[in-house]
Ligand binder design. Structure first.
Ligand SMILES: Cc1cc2nc3c(=O)[nH]c(=O)nc-3n(C[C@H](O)[C@H](O)[C@H](O)COP(=O)(O)OP(=O)(O)OC[C@H]3O[C@@H](n4cnc5c(N)ncnc54)[C@H](O)[C@@H]3O)c2cc1C
Length: 469
């Protein structure tokens, strides 16, 4: 492979290129994927404009060098790892909010804008950008669009895809393309935006996004209900889903989650707490009281041990803090934390929780479950204190993961509700999708990137078909 770094330096300037020998390059060889995987690229480019992104893609295509797009590197499935070497193309410096328009209810942003910073900026102007991945303080909007990220509020407001109206993208070879629109409705031509959103950096590099905004809800209220076990909590969730209530978030966490956050949480969980359900509603301030009452009654009827309603914004924040502490507390407490994000149909939530308990008992692996129960999207965490570099340990965890996915598919669920497939779930794809469907996706990928230089080896497993087929 040609030594691409000097060519990129000449084109973009030395300050934009991090080369081998510079210890900063290590940061571009991993993401938040838990099994230690380090793939050092030949160099990393910190692009500051769409022209620079296009120039990198042109030069690399000319010389047959692989390119891996990278946002903030918070991904959990190895999507931004440069597994074939070559160039990591980072958008972290493209951080400008170009426009927030209250009349059109749109924001136009560069891909490196941090999600939480965009949310604060639009909320200051009375608007609302709902997608709220738990990583919102450090993940980027470009990465969110590339992975079609979700979060607790997806239950009412949907995931990132619902908010991406238009995209500017640069393709391998350097061609630039504007797809989509600025209007809230629009059915002109094929929906190319929908194709780029969730393509995990394998179709093109997003250089600008036009995002839909909503008016900011005037009020929000939050309830925490404590149950004896996940079965009782799951039954309450099913009842709430049938009741016609439309919370903006409906979250669950199991006993192990509670035990991990208990020492840090301001809320004193009852000793016999076996599961919690966090419910948040929003809308008209006059309707909050009535909605909270209905939720409280539904929880009581399903045997809640305690129901706590936040009375003000500070109490709401404290309840969410408890929920957000779970992931980091698990990470602090264990050497290995594999956070899967399976999604099952809503009617199968209780059964999926039961199967997770069974899988933990059978495999001897500690399994902790929390997540977006309203969407059936459960973060099933496989935890271990063994050496992450020991192949016997990772091999066992791989098999337990396979079994988890088998249960998910048996319940008509899907491998990933929000994190994406990337590298770590690629080889499980054929458990869910037929070879025929995978082959059509390979053709789609080759349409944008015929030489498969852009983020190679991600999402789609290698074809099992023979050449003559
Ligand atoms: C503690 C924690 C909590 C999390 N919670 C959630 C959650 O609630 N919901 C959720 O959905 N995810 C969650 N995640 C996962 C992660 O934050 C999301 O997947 C996020 O969208 C990744 O954004 P990023 O900017 O870090 O992208 P990266 O990790 O840098 O990249 C992710 C993928 O997007 C591609 N990509 C990045 N930028 C571009 C671009 N400009 N153009 C084309 N492709 C690009 C990369 O090639 C890669 O395939 C969590 C992660 C952590 C560590």
């Amino acid at each position: 492979m040609v030594d691409i770094a000097p060519l990129l330096e000449r084109e973009l300037g030395a300050d934009k290129v991090i080369q081998r020998g510079d210890e900063r390059l290590d940061d571009y060889g991993h993401d938040e994927n838990p099994i230690p995987q380090q793939f050092l690229p030949d160099c990393a480019v910190l692009a500051t404009t769409a022209d620079e992104v296009a120039a990198v893609l042109r030069l690399c295509a000319e010389h047959g060098v692989p390119v891996t797009p990278r946002g903030a590197g918070s991904g959990l499935c190895g999507g931004c790892l440069p597994i074939a070497g070559g160039v990591v193309l980072s958008t972290e410096k493209m951080k400008r909010i170009l426009e927030i328009d209250p009349d059109d209810l749109v924001a136009v942003v560069e891909p490196g804008v941090i999600t939480g910073e965009l949310q604060s900026a639009v909320e200051e102007q009375g608007m609302f950008y709902p997608p709220d991945p738990a990583s919102l303080e450090y993940c980027s909007i470009g990465g969110n669009a590339a992975t079609n990220a979700g979060g607790p509020r997806a239950f009412k407001y949907g995931v990132t895809r619902e908010y991406v109206l238009g995209l500017d993208v640069a393709l391998m070879g350097g061609e630039r393309l504007r797809v989509g629109r600025r209007t809230s409705k629009g059915v002109t031509g094929y929906d190319l935006v929908a194709g780029f959103v969730g393509s995990e950096g394998t179709f093109g590099v997003i250089t600008e996004l036009t995002l839909k905004l909503l008016p900011r809800p005037q009020a929000a209220s939050t309830v925490l209900a404590v149950f004896a076990d996940t079965q009782a909590a799951g039954t309450c969730i099913s009842a709430l889903l049938r009741s016609g209530l439309r919370p903006r978030a409906l979250e669950i966490a199991d006993k192990s989650s509670i035990d991990h956050i208990r020492p840090k949480s301001r809320y004193r969980f009852p000793e016999n707490a076996g599961a919690i359900v966090l419910i948040e509603v929003d809308g008209d301030p006059d309707e909050m009281g009535g909605q909270m009452e209905r939720i409280g009654m539904a929880c009581d009827e399903r045997g809640a041990l305690d129901v706590l309603a936040a009375q003000d914004a500070a109490e709401r924040r404290a309840l969410w803090e408890a929920r957000r502490l779970i992931s980091s507390s698990l990470k602090e407490a264990h050497r290995i934390k594999i956070n899967e994000d399976v999604c099952v149909p809503r009617g199968a939530i209780v059964e999926m929780l039961r199967r997770c308990d069974q899988l933990a008992a059978k495999s001897g692996v500690q399994i902790t479950v929390f997540g977006h129960a309203g969407d059936g999207n459960l973060h099933v965490n496989l935890l271990s204190d063994a050496d992450p570099a020991d192949p016997a340990v990772t091999g066992h965890l791989y098999e337990v993961t396979r079994e988890l996915f088998a249960h998910t598919i048996a319940l008509r669920g899907t491998l990933s509700g929000e994190h994406g497939i990337g590298l770590s779930k690629r080889d499980f794809m054929s458990m869910e999708q037929s070879e025929q469907v995978l082959e059509w996706q390979r053709k789609w990928k080759r349409m944008w990137d015929p030489r498969e230089l852009l983020n190679p080896g991600k999402v789609l497993p290698p074809s099992t078909r023979r050449c003559s087929e």
